[in-house]
Design a protein. Structure first.
Length: 174
């Protein structure tokens, strides 16, 4: 965590970005963010703003999120892990990211969410006895991007297939 100059833990269940709603006002259609989403973004931005007393980042940044939702009773059995466990339910990662990134921009931590060029989001249920929260870590990126693919994939060759005989399934190695 020391390599991330900003860390915050926001109590409360993370929410996903709600779909924009439309209303007719004065004969014109007006789009707005749902009330629950807007309230969560404002409350989160308020907490983040109180922790950040610097100008916003204006270059590429990395953001890591740990979204910890409430654990359902069905996962409170003795045989279930007492630690964080994966949460393969809604809200999903991309909607949690959208909502959180909007709060980060609203708080003035970064100028625009397009500056987030590297991210990692984990979606979990709480530890037994833990509280729902979202943990946010942000750091500037001062290096060039690197491909995470092996060199042979970058050249369009998959050498992993050499040992596999997938011809019976109609799969050709490229």
């Amino acid at each position: 965590m020391s390599s991330f100059p900003f860390y915050a833990s926001i109590p409360g269940a993370p929410i996903g970005k709600g779909r924009a709603r439309a209303a007719v006002v004065g004969g014109h259609a007006r789009l707005y963010t749902p009330k629950g989403t807007a309230e969560w973004e404002r409350a989160t931005a308020f907490i983040l703003r109180s922790l950040w007393r610097k100008p916003p980042y204006d270059g590429p940044v990395e953001v890591r999120l740990l979204a910890v939702g409430p654990r359902p009773k069905r996962l409170m059995r003795k045989k279930d892990s007492v630690d964080l466990i994966w949460k393969p339910t809604k809200p999903d990662n991309d909607n949690i990211e959208k909502c959180t990134y909007d709060a980060i921009v609203m708080a003035g931590l970064i100028r625009d969410d397009c500056l987030i060029v590297k991210n990692d989001t984990q979606n979990c249920f709480t530890e037994i006895g833990g509280i729902p929260r979202i943990e946010i870590m942000i750091r500037p990126i001062n290096c060039e991007p690197k491909s995470f693919l092996p060199d042979d994939w970058q050249n369009g060759v998959n050498n992993d297939c050499k040992d596999n005989d997938d011809t019976e399934y109609g799969v050709d190695c490229f």
